[in-house]
Design a protein around this ligand. Structure first.
Ligand code: GDP
Ligand code: MN
Length: 380
């Protein structure tokens, strides 16, 4: 789960990492009030779950409340890389002497957490990594040893930070960032830029914080930070109903039971000349209610022009799935054609049930390839 900048900064604050004071605003009036309360210059920052906000015009310096209000008016509703701005973070402006970069992520190859630090922060880190890799200090932390203070020193000396005050502050932040990463079960903690003010104070001016979904049950406070409005309605429904759902960009909705079967169904749709719009995995169970939920979610995606239902009955019995399909069709209004391939345990019984009920938009095909071809045809 990706956190907004202001949420990541809230976590930074909890772990002692210095951040500026700020307020959340969802309207120009709230932005004005926030600027009044903070006093002095403020920065109006678009809160969207994507980077490059500065470049897109989503970050503006304001002299005071009037300015903050007019910048807020311009930034709210702005589209940044496909994300519409609905929230702003109004923050006391900082004077910047230098911009550094600090991050902590997983190096899956090494099976260790990886710190990266460079004095060339602020801009795209990918550029620094590609053009001047020697400027990027990298350091792994062994999970069994945990973080050791000498590692912070190595990272800092390795990247040529010479000022003693900076060295001390950054060393502390490095340690705190590791504590935040482990403490919040994060996948990524990135600070770009980590700034030094003209007075020599180091602080986090931005935050990119990703928490492992699988660990959210241990962090109810972080789980609550999820912004459901940032997801399309069918993704929201999938989350609520605990259905595995992935959005893609074609026109055939795909439903199957089991990850392997679903993956091969995607391939077969491509082989038949079509493109999947999304997919749902019913998992091993696939009882009637599960089918109703999945069909509802798939059908809610406006890009879906046909639905391909691929079931191999093992533990999941095909007659049960067939009943689920019929029950779903009774409860929902699904206008798109549905192509069903049923095979495996109780397949004949399942097909018989479907054929007897014979809803007009339901097509039963004997094999996976024929079903995919039919679905692609119907979606065209
Ligand atoms: P991003 O573009 O999404 O990475 O957003 P950032 O929060 O990193 O801001 C982008 C840039 O805006 C920073 O690198 C700074 O140069 C500038 N910026 C952000 N906050 C301040 C601030 O308080 N004062 C000044 N002077 N510049 C800021
Ligand atoms: Mn940034």
């Amino acid at each position: 789960m990706d956190l907004y900048e202001y949420q990541g900064k809230e976590l930074f604050r909890r772990f002692g990492i210095p951040v500026s004071d700020g307020r959340l605003a969802t309207s120009p009036e709230e932005a004005r009030t926030a600027a009044q309360e903070l006093g002095g210059q403020v920065v109006v920052k678009a809160q969207v779950l994507t980077g490059g906000r500065g470049k897109a015009g989503g970050i503006k310096l304001a002299e005071g409340p009037d300015d903050a209000e007019s910048h807020a008016l311009a930034i709210l509703g702005m589209d940044i890389n496909g994300h519409v701005v609905r929230k702003l973070w109004i923050e006391s402006a900082s004077d910047i002497a230098r911009e550094y970069y600090l991050s902590l992520t997983f190096d899956r190859g090494e099976k260790k957490a990886l710190f990266m630090f460079t004095k060339e922060g602020g801009i795209d880190i990918e550029e620094v990594a590609a053009e001047r890799p020697e400027a990027l200090a990298r350091l792994h932390v062994d999970p069994f040893e945990g973080f050791q203070t000498y590692q912070a020193r190595r990272l800092i000396y390795g990247s040529g930070i010479e000022d003693e005050g900076e060295q001390k502050q950054i060393a502390k932040i490095v340690e705190q960032l590791y504590a935040a990463f482990v403490g919040a079960d994060a996948m990524l903690c990135e600070v770009n830029p980590l700034i030094v003010t003209p007075e020599g104070q180091v602080k986090a001016l931005d935050s990119k914080f990703t928490v492992d979904d699988n660990a959210l049950y241990r962090h109810p406070d972080i789980a609550e930070m999820r912004d459901l409005e940032a997801y399309p309605p069918e993704e929201r429904a999938a989350r609520e109903k605990d259905v595995t759902y992935v959005k893609l960009d074609g026109e055939v909705g795909v439903l199957g039971n089991g990850a392997g079967l679903v993956m091969s169904t995607l391939d077969v749709v491509a082989l038949a000349g079509g493109r999947p719009a999304n997919f749902c995995d019913l998992g091993g169970g696939g009882d009637a209610q599960g089918v109703v939920d999945a069909l509802e979610i798939i059908g809610a995606d406006p890009q879906v022009k046909a639905i391909l239902f691929n079931i191999f009955g093992g533990i999941t019995r095909c007659d049960e799935v067939a009943r689920g399909i019929l029950q779903a069709l009774g409860q929902l209004t699904i206008d798109e054609p549905i192509v069903v391939r049923l095979d495996g345990t109780n397949a004949e019984e399942g097909r018989r049930l479907l054929q007897e009920a014979a809803p007009p938009n339901l097509h039963v095909e004997p094999t996976m390839l024929e079903a995919a071809k039919r679905a692609v045809e119907l979606a065209a």
